[in-house]
Write a protein that binds this ligand. Structure first.
Ligand code: FAD
Ligand code: SIN
Length: 518
């Protein structure tokens, strides 16, 4: 017999967005906070560079707004950007209140910089900003009696009735039972979908689950063609998903070819600090032209003690692979890093479905446009998590008398064909990397669309025949998200920001979002 739980609020995801959201909810509300993996696992934990905010007297809100709009190739929503930028200093205070100690120098924040920022405005905790944010937020959450944590619980689908959301069906991974979590308000905080690509800076949790669930529930999904490829991930056969922060380039590191020549001057006058889409395409072009496996990032000309104090995590990780960043250049390649698109929300994080909110990387608030500016993501997570909580706190909560059927697994049997799941996982990710990557063409996009649609049929058949598992849930979401990305990419008949199609190399004067619905 599967169990049913009743809460006022169900938050799916314990990244920085989910944790901050839970913390800001009224103590009077009963809250379920669920994570499909360990509570700390997710992109937030691995964030290195920092979080942007106007904290210096030389800086101002308008400059942060303009930089964000420009980096987003003017597709961003100015109202949402202004809201985020103006809330940023308060967001930093909320993090400090939970115990985050941002790196200081001479009694002030040590502010660093990355591409797109015309002022130093990136607050950070050395190069482990995400780890500090996550551990402090989680400690604060654990002190709250109204918040109930569920680790190793993976959401499958939303509980819908009369076009309204009332929670979700969730697989308890240790008992293998599907449990119903019934809630007045449901918040999707499941992070991005970069695992849809073969090479990514993201942890295994980024399989687009929330976006796919919302799509199946008829949410509007916006601008999914804009996958951000981070220019510099460590290139080493044993280094899975390790990022080399853009802050290294912010602090002067140079991109070089194996012979030591620089090359960014051929692509953009902003050199290493050109926007990420430009730098990633430049590296891709050099690798393809010369047949190189990687390029190199060199910071070794800087003082050794300075490097070690500013980049302790990167230094230690590279040393574990025999690379001494104080003495030699680091081999790097671009990899999928961030999902700019997502579930359409307004400034209060409300989706177009009643009872359903989305925050963090899973959401499309409109702040990133066609390319996210560095360190604006953690900021978006915190600002909109708080706005969402404020909105929920103002609602009235009535006793729910609604009845939902338990999950029906009576016709499913254990699978003897698990190889199907692992094979299709790999195939989807290769198709996306090879056909829907940094540089796209109509031919490759249409080839991807055809094969993905066959895979979708194979996955559907498997899903209905066999007992559900975590891998199968993720594969189903991965294929749904991949198809949304391809559909969005095909419908954009221009190149803008992160979406570059060589059959439409120009940027249109007609500025439009791509909206996909079921
Ligand atoms: P995540 O932190 O990814 O958390 C997602 C949560 O959802 C996890 O708890 C996961 O278990 C859970 N989940 C997912 N699916 C399900 C499901 N089906 N059921 C239950 N739970 C589920 N941004 C910056 O602004 N500054 C930086 O310096 C920076 N550095 C980065 C470095 C790296 C290596 C990476 C990968 C990203 C970086 N980013 C940075 C981006 C930023 O970290 C992320 O966009 C942001 O942390 C996303 O937070 P989130 O809360 O939305 O999702
Ligand atoms: C980085 O440190 O390079 C990542 C920053 C970001 O994604 O905003």
């Amino acid at each position: 017999m599967s169990s049913k739980h009743y809460f006022d609020v169900l938050i799916i995801g314990t990244g920085s967005a989910g944790l901050m959201n839970a913390l800001q909810l009224s103590d009077k509300l009963s809250v379920a906070l669920i994570a499909k993996d360990k509570l700390l696992e997710g992109s937030s934990y691995y964030a290195q560079g920092g979080i942007s905010a106007v904290l210096d007297t030389q800086d101002n809100f308008q400059s942060h707004i303009n930089d964000t709009l420009l980096t987003g190739n003017h597709l961003g929503d100015e109202k949402a950007i202004r809201f985020m930028v103006e809330q940023a200093p308060t967001a930093i205070q909320s993090l400090e209140k939970s115990g985050v100690l941002f790196t200081q120098e001479k009694g002030r924040y040590h502010l660093t910089t990355e591409s797109g920022h015309s002022n130093r405005r990136v607050a950070h905790v050395a190069d482990k900003t995400g780890k500090s944010i996550q551990t402090n937020l989680l400690n604060s959450v654990k002190k709250k009696k109204n918040i109930h944590l569920f680790e190793g619980f993976i959401a499958i689908d939303l509980l819908m009735k009369n076009k309204r959301c009332y929670g979700a069906y969730i697989l308890n991974k240790s008992s293998n039972e599907v449990e119903s979590f019934v809630a007045h308000k449901t918040v999707i905080a499941t992070g991005g979908a970069s695992k849809v690509y073969l090479y990514t800076s993201n942890p295994d949790t980024s399989t687009g689950d929330g976006i796919a669930m919302a799509y199946r529930a008829h949410c509007h999904i916006v601008n999914m063609e804009f996958t951000q490829f981070h220019p510099t991930c460590l290139y080493h056969p044993h280094a899975k998903s390790f990022l080399i922060s853009e802050v290294l380039r912010g602090e002067g590191a140079k991109l070089i070819l194996p012979n030591g020549d620089t090359f960014m001057h051929k692509y953009d006058e902003r050199l290493e600090l050109a926007p990420r889409d430009v730098v990633a395409r430049a590296i891709d072009s050099e690798m393809k032209t010369h047949g190189f496996d990687c390029v190199y990032l060199d910071l070794s000309f800087k003082d050794k003690t300075w490097i070690k104090s500013h980049f302790p995590t990167i230094d230690k990780r590279c040393l574990s692979f025999g690379i001494d960043i104080t003495k030699q250049p680091i081999p790097v390649v671009p990899a999928a890093h961030y999902t700019c698109g997502g579930i359409q929300t307004d400034i209060n994080a409300c989706s177009n479905i009643e009872g359903l909110y989305a925050i963090g990387e899973a959401a499309h608030t409109g702040v990133h446009g066609a390319n996210r500016m560095a360190s604006n993501s953690l900021l978006e997570c915190i600002v909109f998590a708080k706005a969402c909580a404020n909105h929920i706190n103002q609602q009235t909560f009535e006793q729910s008398s609604l009845n939902f059927d338990n999950w029906d697994a009576s016709r499913a049997c254990p699978s003897q064909e698990k190889v199907m799941v692992t094979h299709l996982w790999d195939e989807v990710r290769r198709i996306m990397w090879n056909f829907v990557g940094i540089v796209r063409s109509n031919k490759r996009l249409h080839a991807a669309r055809m094969r993905l649609s066959q895979i979708q049929n194979e996955v559907n058949e498997y899903y209905h025949l066999y007992l559900i598992s975590s891998d199968l849930i993720e594969l189903r979401n991965l294929i749904a998200t991949a198809q949304i990305i391809v559909k969005s990419a095909i419908s954009r008949t221009e190149s803008r920001g992160l979406h570059y199609n060589k059959d439409y190399p120009h940027t249109s004067t007609n500025i439009q979002n791509t909206v996909i619905t079921l």
